[in-house]
Design a protein around this ligand. Structure first.
Ligand code: BV8
Ligand code: ZN
Length: 247
């Protein structure tokens, strides 16, 4: 049952911006950052691995971690929440800003306005920034360490096309995201703990611009006190209910 204040906002909204985090992919079987990682990956803290320092120190370990995550995402399917957003965008202008590096929104038919933290399926040379001509082949069982390939242009190491902790976000996507949360007449915040900056500041910008903000998350988060409405639901449960309101 959608809380009535949220139902009213959703039916009235003409320009919606949805900010999604790892919780959006959870029901597709992709672990969130704060879930214990499965298997022997439980030994590693993503916050330690998702850094340029980790890649410099142990490129083979970090590269294998990303190949493993890419393999996990390729084996995952978008869920009813992803499809609900894709259908909603046919009925109303809807922008998706995601912190996620998977392509589940796209595979549900959505266009993503901004991948704030890059993408698992993109790679570039850590030295010259060039993009390799071909993607790495994925072994069935990714070993604990796999040496990253070298750039055919300059011999530098190829790295994942994601934004690591301590790295700046891509400027245009972040500018587009800021515009999208202030131009909207409703901002949904789905599946994010609101701990990672500057992405977590976007709902606050919406609030400061007088845009109604609604959090869809089964638990309280760092943003819960700052959004206008909280709906303790999951992405795959809640988003289809909101779409149903549009008839
Ligand atoms: C930068 C790509 C500067 C890589 C990621 C001290 C204080 C404040 C800030 C900092 C600080 N020290 C450092 C910083 C900055 C740092 C930061 O914010 N650190 C935090 C942790 C303290 N930020 C950065 O470093 C950023 N860059 O600041 O640069 C700069 C400027 C100019 C020039 C140079 C440098 C870069 C941050 C990007 C890092 N990269 N990802 C990769 O994926 O490997 S972040 C990564 O973690 C994800 O992309 C995501 O953004 C984040 C995880 O957050 P969530 O998505 O929220 O996921 P989480 O697991 O936390 O939560 C899941 C939620 O889902 C939960 O609430 C749960 O309840 C909910 N949920 C679960 N199941 C469901 C569900 N919801 C709905 N349905 C369900 N079924
Ligand atoms: Zn290069």
């Amino acid at each position: 049952m959608v809380p009535s204040a949220i139902a009213d906002l959703v039916t009235a909204a003409r320009r919606i911006t949805v900010l999604t985090g790892a919780g959006m992919s959870a029901e597709s079987g992709v672990p969130t950052f704060r879930d214990a990682q499965t298997g022997w990956w439980a030994r590693y803290d993503p916050m330690q691995l998702a850094t340029p320092e980790a890649f410099d120190e142990d490129p083979d370990l970090v590269w294998a971690w990303y190949l493993r995550r890419l393999q996990l995402v390729r084996g995952a399917q978008p869920h009813s929440g992803h499809h609900a957003l894709s259908s909603w965008a046919v009925l109303r202008p809807l922008s998706i800003v995601t912190q996620n590096v998977d392509d589940l929104h796209e595979r549900a038919g959505s266009t993503v306005l901004a991948h704030l933290h890059g993408s698992l399926a993109e790679f570039r040379c850590a030295s010259c920034g060039g993009t390799p001509q071909r993607l790495p082949e994925l072994p069935d069982e990714v070993p604990e360490r796999v040496a990253p390939p070298f750039c055919t242009d300059c011999g530098g190491r190829i790295r994942p096309g994601v934004v690591w902790f301590g790295e700046a976000l891509p400027q245009q996507p972040f500018a587009d995201a800021e515009q999208a949360v202030t131009d909207a007449d409703l901002v949904l915040v789905v599946g994010t703990s609101g701990l990672v900056q500057p992405a977590a500041g976007l709902p606050l910008r919406a609030r400061a611009a007088g845009v109604p903000t609604v959090e869809l998350n089964p638990t309280d988060t760092a943003l819960s006190d700052y959004v206008q409405h909280r709906w303790r639901t999951t992405a795959a449960e809640g988003l289809p209910r909101l779409l149903e309101l549009l008839g």
